[in-house]
Structure formats: structure tokens, C-alpha cells
Design a protein around this ligand. Structure first.
Ligand SMILES: [Zn+2]
Length: 248
């Protein structure tokens, strides 16, 4: 049994087929973040039909220049079954809205997560120092740094704030030394598994073609790296995801 703690099945050509393939691979739960106005709508259609699909809503840093109506977002976050605010964060690496636009949007959503007592799903690229500073000054919130690919030193600083790390396709690549070093160094109790399907590829699976069923490949890579069996990875990362997102 596995939980894909971060996937976007609504981007698939046939989301229902993707979900059912994953279920037959042993995936019991899907945390599905919606990150802009279109995906907010897509996820509200998907989650009402599937008890194992757990939605999250947020405005992604890539689209931080879209209007953010906090009342609308709060209404979505109060829907039954919503498990997190996300994905939200900071991305100063790609061609994204200016930091001066991203930062207030991020902080408003952090505050909303705190008010609603929900964990956050964090996207961070090229902005770790800024994010750590904001989390330290605004006060920590429970959550996960999704698609973590950096080294153990930075991992430790996020762990010190009480966050989990989301490990995905990167650790399946033998050449990805930095994320694999983190996958070894971080306590298993603070790791959740994810695919970010279909966006992020894995060894042998190109980006754009991954599916939540590939979370099994992530678990297997983690088991091999740590020299434990995959059942232990399954048991502990499932427990972690259930605790973080309050899944029953
Ligand atoms: Zn994502």
C-alpha cells in the first residue's frame, strides 16, 4: 500500500484510467493539489466522485499574478475532504512573476492555512533562503516541501521547522546524487512519497508520462538506497502521509 502525496491526475487524458491503474498497483490515496483557477475547477469535479482523492487548493507561485480572492479560496478549502493548502510557495528560478508579487501571495496563503488549521504543500525553487526566512518569521506551519531534490544540509533546515520532505522521481535516477544523499540522510519518519504525475519523470519514464502508479518505483528506489525492504518504506511513509494530511 502506498500514498501518492502529490499528483495531478486531472491533467491526464483519462484521469479515471490513471486512478484505477494506480489502485491496482496498491496506491490507496491520492493527494491532489490544484494550483490555479482552472485546476481549482478540475479538482472540485474529481474529488466529489472518489473518496481516495484528497484535494488541496492554492495559488502557485508561477501564477501569483492571477487574482487571488481569499474568500473564494477559503470557501474551496472548507469543502469536505480538503486536506491542505497547496501548492503554494516561491519560485525565483523560472520565468515567473517577480518576487515582490510572489511573496505577499505566499504569505497570505500561509496565514490562511494557519487560520484553517490545514497543512501546506510547498513548492520552492531558487528561493529556499527566502522561504526559510518567511517560515521562521511568520511562524512555522505543518506541511511538506514537495519534490525535494536538494542536499541533506538544506533538508535538515526544513526538517528543523517541522516539515516533511516529499521525495519523488529524482531519487530513482542513479545519477541524481544530491537528492539520493538526502533520501539516505533524512529520517524515514519525515519522508512522504510522491510522483507529481504527470509533470515529473522517473528513471525510464519521461516527464509528462508519469502516473501515480509510479510511486511504487519511488518507494523501491528508496528501499534500495536505504537497504530496507519496500514493505517498511510503504508502512512508514503511508503512516507519515496519514498523519500530515489527517487521512483516516
Ligand atoms: Zn505539483
Amino acid at each position: 500500500m502506498f500514498i501518492d502525496s502529490h499528483c495531478h491526475p486531472y491533467h491526464a487524458h483519462d484521469p479515471l484510467a490513471v486512478l484505477s491503474r494506480a489502485r491496482s498497483c496498491g496506491v490507496t490515496d491520492f493527494v491532489v493539489p490544484a494550483y490555479d483557477h482552472d485546476s481549482w475547477t478540475a479538482v472540485t469535479h474529481l474529488d466529489s466522485e472518489h473518496a481516495d482523492v484528497h484535494p488541496a487548493f492554492g495559488l502557485h507561485p508561477w501564477v501569483a499574478d492571477q487574482p487571488l480572492d481569499l474568500v473564494e479560496l477559503e470557501t474551496l478549502l472548507r469543502r469536505p475532504g480538503v486536506v491542505a493548502v497547496g501548492e503554494i510557495g516561491l519560485d525565483f528560478k523560472l520565468d515567473t512573476p517577480a518576487p515582490s508579487i510572489q511573496i505577499p501571495v505566499f504569505r497570505k496563503q500561509l496565514a490562511l492555512a494557519r487560520d484553517l488549521d490545514l497543512p501546506v504543500i510547498l513548492h520552492v525553487r531558487g528561493a529556499s533562503e527566502e522561504m526559510l526566512e518567511i517560515l521562521a518569521s511568520d511562524g512555522p506551519v505543518p506541511g511538506v516541501v514537495h519534490a525535494f531534490t536538494r542536499g541533506p544540509e538544506l533538508a535538515r533546515r526544513f526538517l528543523d521547522l517541522g516539515l516533511y520532505l516529499g521525495l519523488g522521481g529524482a531519487i530513482t535516477r542513479p545519477t541524481a546524487r544530491r537528492p539520493r544523499r538526502s533520501a539516505l540522510a533524512v529520517p524515514l519518519e519525515r519522508i512522504v512519497l510522491e510522483t507529481d504525475a504527470p509533470s515529473i519523470g522517473l528513471e525510464g519514464v519521461p516527464a509528462g508520462e508519469s502516473e501515480p502508479c509510479h510511486v511504487v518505483q519511488v518507494a523501491t528506489a528508496l528501499a534500495e538506497l536505504r537497504g530496507v525492504d519496500v514493505d517498511e518504506i510503504s508502512r512508514i511513509t503511508t503512516r507519515n502521509a496519514r498523519e500530515l494530511f489527517h487521512l483516516s
